[in-house]
Structures are given as C-alpha cells and as structure tokens.
Design a protein around this ligand. Structure first.
Ligand SMILES: [Zn+2]
Length: 246
C-alpha cells in the first residue's frame, strides 16, 4: 500500500519550496553580513561598543534561524518521486533535528557567547580615545572625573548602574564623556559561573546627605540558574560645591 504523491503536487512543492528555502538562507546570510559590514564602518569606539552590545546576539540568532529553517526546507524538496509516508517521516525527523540544533545554538548564544562579547567590549571601552586634534586621550579615574560631570550625572552614577567615563586630551583640555549602562551588562554568577547575572531592581534605602553616605541595594538575578542575590552599595556624600553652583 504505497501511495505516491501525485507528480504535479510534488513538483510544485519541490520547485516553490526550493525557492523559499534559498530565499530564507540568503536572507540569513545577508543579515549577518550586513551586521558585520555595519560594524566595520562604525569607527568610533563608543558607537561600536553600543552597536555590539545592542545587536550582536540578536542578529546572530535571527540569521541562524533564517538559515536553518531554509536548510530544513531545502532538504525536504530534494526527493523525487516519493510517497506520502516518506515525505511525512522526513519532514518530521528533519524538523526535530532543526529544533534540537536550534536549542543548542540558542543556549550557546545566551550563556557562553556573552563571555566572548564581554571581552571585546572591555577592550573597546578601555582602549585609548583619539581627540579631534589627533592626540591620545587619557581616561580619568573615578575621583578625577567628578569635576567634569554635572550634578545630574554624578547623582546617576552614585545611585544607579550607570557609569560615566571621562576622557581628556591633556594637551588641549578637551574632554569626551561616555555613558555606560551597567544594568544591561551581565556579571558572572557565582553559582553557575555563567555571565548571566543582571540587576533586576535597584532601591535606595538611605539617601546620601551632606554629612552621611547613603546606601543603595542592587537586586541581582541570574538568567541561567535563577540564583538571586543582593549587593549593598554606598552612595557618596553630597558634594556641597556641586549643590551651591548658581
Ligand atoms: Zn547562575
């Protein structure tokens, strides 16, 4: 009892499925190429940092998906003639394979890949900036930089997961201020060792005053093992000089 798929149905499936498969695979390849081309023409280090931070994992994931769905479809358009039974078996098995491979890739992108990205981001963040005059700029330390940050920036830096880096051209005094969001960056989880620990909430339990330091609690949660922890941070005393500017 072997019933063949009628020729006109199978050949239509093979032809149009083939087109769709090639379209999907090409879209996947183009997506990843356009990501890296865009990165290549982004020269400014801070812009590169933001671009990678925001797009890389997402982009790799979507291009992988497009490609692998296309490849699965392609595989299912190559057999001629075939029976309904073999068609169904092949479609089922190849879809299962695709799902398994996708889960593995997704986990790698989510839990292993961030280590690799973090390393590149660190390098981008701390490699010397060049001023418009062509001089190598110097990154100021946390203590030195306060003079260059306005009151709002300092408050943000003290209270939330925000970091400002101040670069100075020592010859001309020109500064460049870059803002980094610590909330987006994942830290290493002490339980599972993956780079998946993120700030879920921040709470000021005691605001800083002129005479006393304040306290901020960061609530952290691991995206991999779900480990929860909290960290206490001191908020620097308010600076009377900054407050009295008119
Ligand atoms: Zn963990």
């Amino acid at each position: 009892m072997i019933s063949l798929i009628p020729d006109h149905i199978l050949s239509a499936w093979n032809i149009y499925g083939n087109y769709a498969a090639i379209l999907l695979m090409t879209a996947g390849i183009l997506l990843v190429i356009s990501y890296y081309l865009n990165l290549l023409i982004t020269i400014d280090k801070k812009s590169r940092y933001d671009y990678i931070n925001k797009n890389e994992i997402k982009c790799l994931w979507f291009s992988f998906l497009l490609f692998v769905i296309g490849a699965t479809l392609l595989l299912n358009t190559l057999f001629f003639p075939t029976t309904w039974l073999w068609f169904a078996v092949r479609l089922f098995l190849s879809s299962m394979m695709t799902i398994i491979i996708s889960v593995i890739v997704q986990n790698m992108l989510k839990f292993y890949f961030p280590f690799f990205i973090e390393k590149r981001l660190k390098k981008l963040r701390y490699s010397p900036r060049i001023s418009a005059d062509g001089n190598v700029m110097k990154l100021l330390s946390e203590e030195e930089e306060d003079v260059y940050l306005d009151e709002g920036m300092q408050a943000e830096e003290n209270a939330y997961s925000v970091d400002y880096d101040v670069w100075i051209d020592e010859k001309t005094g020109v500064t460049k201020i870059e803002k980094y969001n610590g909330r987006l960056r994942a830290l290493k989880c002490e339980k599972c060792n993956y780079q998946t620990l993120k700030v879920s909430k921040e709470e000021i339990i005691r605001p800083a005053t002129l005479v006393e330091e304040g306290e901020l609690i960061k609530f952290l949660i691991c995206g991999y093992c779900g480990q929860k922890s909290r960290k206490s941070h001191k908020i620097a005393k308010l600076n009377p000089k900054v407050l009295s500017t008119d």
